[in-house]
Each structure stands twice: as structure tokens, then as C-alpha cells.
Design a protein around this ligand. Structure first.
Ligand SMILES: Nc1ncnc2c1ncn2[C@@H]1O[C@H](COP(=O)(O)OP(=O)(O)O)[C@@H](O)[C@H]1O
Ligand SMILES: [Mg+2]
Length: 242
């Protein structure tokens, strides 16, 4: 369970989060949408305890958090296997052999089986994201925070990453927040959607309510009040031209 109440955070004169209220129950996947710079990453950092709020309250049922960082935050100086072993060494009493067994099993589940001894830099962007997700989940956290899990990926890799998240997050069934601006893919994972704009949660509801609802903050985010910049091509016209 994640509870965020009246949380505020500013930098210098600029207020980024201006009274955030949010609750995520155990087993619930909340997708946090919002324009770039709205403060999605900042809110995840606050929940993870990496940044302190200037006011308000953040309560977590547990301190065991798994976080996928927007830029992965993998350890470049360690091998793929060592990256994955790291949370187990830090957080669990498992012995060396048990850790290696768990790491090898996880690498296989994330499609990285033969990369155990490789340096992180040998992996492609999509593989690094999968490794970062595997590292976030390996110590069986109670709370999962995923920051822009498909950012910077090509469409096919983004789809694979989304499918992997659906499978692995469903398996763990924890309180999960996924920050994203990849609307179609992230919505397929969501039980509930929250929109962060102008420092507040301006909408919270089901994916269906988000897509179908008429709400000024959603319309603005989805550019619904915009006119088509170019008229749609009529497929019948194409015949006449060619
Ligand atoms: N440590 C910091 N110091 C100053 N400004 C920051 C800091 N962290 C975030 N910000 C500002 O907060 C705003 C929200 O950033 P971020 O959480 O990264 O947005 P999002 O993830 O929604 O794109 C940005 O304007 C960013 O410049
Ligand atoms: Mg961000």
C-alpha cells in the first residue's frame, strides 16, 4: 500500500508538486501519466525516499521497494550477473550459490541467459531495460516503481518490454506505479490511471474513463482541442493521383 497525502516539493522558486494525493493498493497497477517535466520522476523519487518532501506525508506499508529508473542506473563497472546479484547481496541473507542460482534463473526469464558474464555496455538499449527491470524485481519487493519503462525504445522493443512487465508484475501482484507518457502501451498495464499536471493529480480513474471521459486536464494532455495539422488523406483520392 502506498499513501501520498498533500505532498509538496519545490526547487528554488518553482513549485513542481503542489499538493499530491494518491493511494495505490496491494496488487494494483497505477499508471502515472503526465507531460514531460510534470514531475513524474520526482514523485517516484519522493515515494522511494530518495528526495524528501517539503510538506505532506508519504506512507508505505513496507520499505522493500524495487525501482526501475528512467535511465536504468545500472552499474557500468559490474557485469550483467553482478548487477542482478547486487540487491540480493544487499537485502537478503541468501548464500553465494543461492544468489547465483537465482540470478541465472532470472536472466533466463528476462531473455538474457547467455549474458551473465558480459559487461553492461555490451547489451542493447532494450536488453539494458530488461536487466534494469529484472534488478528492480529480483529481491521480491513489496512496492514496484517503474519510471518510463519504454522511453527511448523502438516500437517493437517497447512492445516486448510492455509484455514482460505485464507478465512479471502480475506474477508479483504488488502495489505498482508505472510513470509513462507512452499512452497506448502503459494503459494496457493499468488498473487505474492518474494524470499529473500543473503540480496536482488532475484526474484519477480507469483506463476506459481516461480515454472516454471529458475532462479539461485530459483533453489538454491528449491535445484533444487541437485541429489536425494536415487534413487526413482520403484513400480513394490516391487512385486518382497515381
Ligand atoms: N534536483 C532537482 N533540482 C532542480 N529541479 C529539479 C530537480 N529534480 C527535478 N527538477 C525539476 O522538476 C521538474 C519535474 O521533473 P521530472 O520529475 O523529471 O519530470 P517528468 O518525469 O514528469 O518528466 C522539472 O522541471 C525538473 O527540472
Ligand atoms: Mg521522468
Amino acid at each position: 500500500m502506498i499513501t501520498v497525502e498533500r505532498v509538496r516539493k519545490s526547487f528554488a522558486e518553482t513549485t513542481i508538486l503542489d499538493g499530491i494525493d494518491l493511494q495505490v493498493r496491494e496488487g494494483e497497477v497505477l499508471v502515472l501519466l503526465g507531460p514531460s517535466g510534470a514531475g513524474k520522476s520526482l514523485l517516484l523519487y519522493l515515494i522511494a525516499g530518495l528526495v524528501k518532501p517539503e510538506s505532506g506525508r508519504i506512507e508505505l506499508g513496507s520499505r522493500r521497494i524495487g525501482m526501475l529508473f528512467q535511465k536504468n542506473a545500472l552499474f557500468d563497472s559490474m557485469s550483467v550477473g553482478e548487477n542482478l546479484a547486487f540487491p540480493l547481496k544487499e537485502l537478503t541473507p541468501l548464500r553465494k550459490e543461492e544468489i547465483e542460482e537465482r540470478v541465472r534463473g532470472n536472466l533466463a526469464a528476462f531473455g538474457l541467459a547467455q549474458w551473465y558474464p558480459a559487461p553492461v555496455n555490451a547489451l542493447s538499449g532494450g536488453m539494458q531495460k530488461r536487466l534494469a527491470l529484472a534488478r528492480a524485481l529480483i529481491a521480491n519487493p513489496d512496492i514496484i516503481l517503474c519510471d518510463s519503462p519504454t522511453a527511448g525504445l523502438d516500437p517493437i522493443t517497447a512492445r516486448q518490454m510492455t509484455d514482460l512487465m505485464a507478465k512479471e508484475c502480475a506474477k508479483l501482484n504488488r502495489a505498482t506505479i508505472i510513470a509513462s507518457h507512452d499512452i497506448p502501451r502503459s494503459l494496457s498495464l493499468a488498473h487505474r490511471v492518474a494524470l499529473l499536471s500543473e503540480g496536482r493529480i488532475t484526474f484519477s480513474g480507469t483506463p476506459d474513463e481516461f480515454l472516454r471521459g471529458h475532462h479539461p486536464a485530459i483533453d489538454l494532455f491528449l491535445n484533444r482541442d487541437w485541429k489536425e495539422p494536415f487534413p487526413k488523406e482520403n484513400p480513394n483520392d490516391r487512385h486518382h493521383i497515381s
